[in-house]
Structure formats: structure tokens, C-alpha cells
Design a binder for this molecule. Structure first.
Ligand SMILES: *Cc1c(COP(=O)(O)O)cnc(C)c1O
Length: 341
């Protein structure tokens, strides 16, 4: 059996609930590629996963929610910032599956106008019927979730806790599966690519993609753009999770040591704080392609791709896939940072 077949068989054996619209489109960004005078750029539209305005967390939730169901949970608990896309997609998934949902939201971003705690993702969390618990930015999320779980258990509920970003080995399986999906699309379009570039934060997306592509298409580089302003910590987490995914799926051989690539320099001062390069990237993609990016993740990731192209990291013969991980509901609470006159 080839590594691809082994990976596919191992993934097929993992419990999974269908939540996402798959496969997501893989489309050329022709006008952007021309404007940058660099490699050909394709976009993998994981902002279009369909559930509750979509995004990368829906792929992870297909595996995480299956685990919750196996454990007969009746309530999903998860955590994130006030404008967390992961939290919003989890609230939507819980609603769709008929489960209660309680959210530990922390004020981690030292920025935000009056709209920040009312519109965008948090507005949608509440619309999906989830209960929001707001905490200070320095709150220990794990401890707050454990305390919440205890309170729910005391009332006879069966909570299932999902970590920040859905990033554990189970969630990351969603992106090992996405690697197979991408490979199939590239084969169907008769293309070979040099790299996949995307925003990396809690690490599950990059870990799953890295493990998956190392098994099925090892010539493709997976380049995570740090959006946390903590590249060493993100890289460590991606490496740890990628090894865990590899051990779980056992495609054969070893995960190559050099397969984890984290690009620093595009996060700005902190997670969630706007940068000029992010604004420019959002504006460029909107005006050239009618494509919406977001201020926290995909805008900074595109700024990273543009920065790498301008630095000559890729040639005109290369083809790069930009993985659009979603996040567009945050365009609204961040409007003060994005006015473009
Ligand atoms: C969560 C998120 C990411 C980062 O994915 P991780 O798996 O947490 O590294 C990127 N983009 C968007 C829009 C996200 O919501």
C-alpha cells in the first residue's frame, strides 16, 4: 500500500461527522499573481466550508464533534478570544447537532472599539444559542473551562471540552484529510505546487497539513505565517501536534524533521492587533479579486505571502496555494482599523 492509501485508510477509520461543504474550491488568483509579478497563486477556499459562515475550524470539528458524540456528551464547551472564529464555528456545529454550547471568552486583544464585544463572531455565537462567559485577558482558559465543566456536571450535564482553536490531535485530523483533498484537486487540475501558505496560531491546521502532505506529497512545503507574535511557541506546538497526528495515522516512515516551517515577522505587536501590511493585503485582495480576507489571520498570512514574494523567495515558475482559513466575520468589529479612503 502506498503512503497515500495508508493515510486514507487510517482517516477512514476515524469517527467523523459531516459538517463542512467539501471539497472547498481551489481557484487561481490571476489578477493578484500578475500584480505581484511573482509565482502563480491559487487560493484554497476554506473560508467556504459552509457552516455558520465557514472557516478552517469546521474541518477539525468534524472529528471533534464525532468524539463528543461517542462520549454521549450533551454540552460542548470551548474557549477563545471574544472574536474567535473557532468558537463561532463550534457554536454553529453544536446547534446543528442539537447540543448545548457554553463558551469561555477571554479579552485577550488589547484593542477594540465599542462594537468589539457586540458584533461579528460574538454576535453569531449568541445567535446560535450558545451561552457566552466573558473573562479578563489573563484568565487561564483551561482552568476556566474545567471550572465550567464542574458546574455543569453538578447539574447533571455531560460536557465535552474542546481546546483553543480545536487544536489537539483529533482536530488536526481535519487538516490531514484536507491534504488528501488538495492532492486530489491538484491531480485533477494537472498542477504541481511549491508551497501551501496559511495563517498559523493554535497549530492544528499546520500540524494536520504538514503530516498529511509529508505523507502524500513530500515535495510541497507547508509554510505557516505566525499571527500570534510568538513564532517559537507556535512552531513548537505545530511540531508536537504533527508528530501526534503522524503517530495516530501511521502512514509509514518518519515525519521529516524539517517539515515544520513557521514564518515570523508578520504578526505585528500582538495577536489581533492590526498592522499596515495586513490592511494593505486585505485592500489589495478585495480590489483585485473581490476576495475578502480577515484582519486577525488571513490578512496577516497574505501580508506574509506578499512579503516572501517581494523578498524573492519564489520564482515565476512556482505555484503557491494560499489556504484561506476564513475569519471574515471579524471585518465588521475591526472596521475602524480598515477604513480605506
Ligand atoms: C483559527 C484560525 C487560524 C489558525 O488556525 P490554527 O489551527 O489555530 O493554527 C487561521 N485563520 C483563521 C481565520 C482562524 O480562525
Amino acid at each position: 500500500m502506498s503512503q497515500t492509501d495508508r493515510l486514507q485508510a487510517a482517516l477512514n477509520a476515524c469517527p467523523r461527522l459531516p459538517l463542512a461543504h467539501l471539497p472547498t474550491p481551489l481557484e487561481p488568483l490571476q489578477r493578484l499573481s500578475t500584480a505581484l509579478d511573482g509565482p502563480e497563486i491559487l487560493v484554497k477556499r476554506d473560508d467556504c466550508t459552509g457552516l455558520g459562515l465557514g472557516g478552517n475550524k469546521t474541518r477539525k470539528l468534524e472529528f471533534l464533534m464525532a468524539e463528543a458524540r461517542t462520549q454521549a456528551a450533551d454540552t460542548i464547551i470551548t474557549t477563545g478570544g471574544i472574536q474567535s472564529n473557532h468558537v463561532r464555528q463550534t457554536a454553529a456545529a453544536a446547534a446543528k447537532l442539537g447540543l448545548a454550547c457554553e463558551l469561555v471568552l477571554t479579552r485577550v486583544v488589547p484593542w477594540g472599539g465599542p462594537d468589539y464585544e457586540l458584533i461579528g463572531n460574538i454576535q453569531l455565537d449568541r445567535l446560535f444559542g450558545a451561552k457566552t462567559h466573558l473573562h479578563d485577558g489573563d484568565t487561564d482558559r483551561g482552568a476556566a473551562m474545567a471550572a465550567l465543566a464542574e458546574r455543569l456536571q453538578a447539574k447533571g450535564r455531560k460536557p465535552f471540552a474542546i481546546p483553543t482553536g480545536g487544536s489537539n490531535a483529533t482536530g488536526a485530523l481535519g487538516y490531514a484529510a484536507a491534504a488528501l483533498e488538495l492532492r486530489e484537486q491538484l491531480q485533477a487540475q494537472d498542477r504541481t505546487i511549491t508551497a501551501v501558505v496559511h495563517a498559523s496560531s493554535s497549530g492544528g491546521t499546520q500540524a494536520g497539513l504538514t503530516a498529511g502532505l509529508a505523507a502524500v506529497d513530500p515535495s510541497v512545503q507547508v509554510i505557516g505565517i505566525d499571527v500570534d507574535a510568538h513564532p517559537a511557541a507556535v512552531e513548537g506546538e505545530v511540531r508536537r501536534l504533527a508528530r501526534e497526528v503522524w503517530d495516530r495515522l501511521e502512514p509509514g516512515g518518519q515525519l521529516p524533521e524539517d517539515s515544520v516551517r513557521l514564518e515570523p515577522g508578520y504578526a505585528g505587536d500582538a495577536y489581533g492587533l492590526p498592522t499596515t501590511e495586513m490592511r494593505d493585503a486585505i485592500s489589495l485582495c478585495a480590489k483585485l479579486e473581490g476576495l475578502l480576507l480577515d484582519p486577525v489571520y488571513s490578512g496577516k498570512a497574505m501580508a506574509g505571502l506578499i512579503g516572501m514574494i517581494r523578498a524573492g523567495r519564489f520564482s515565476q515558475d512556482d505555484t503557491i496555494v494560499f489556504l484561506h482559513t476564513g475569519g471574515t466575520p471579524a471585518l465588521f468589529p475591526y472596521r475602524e482599523a480598515l477604513v480605506d479612503q
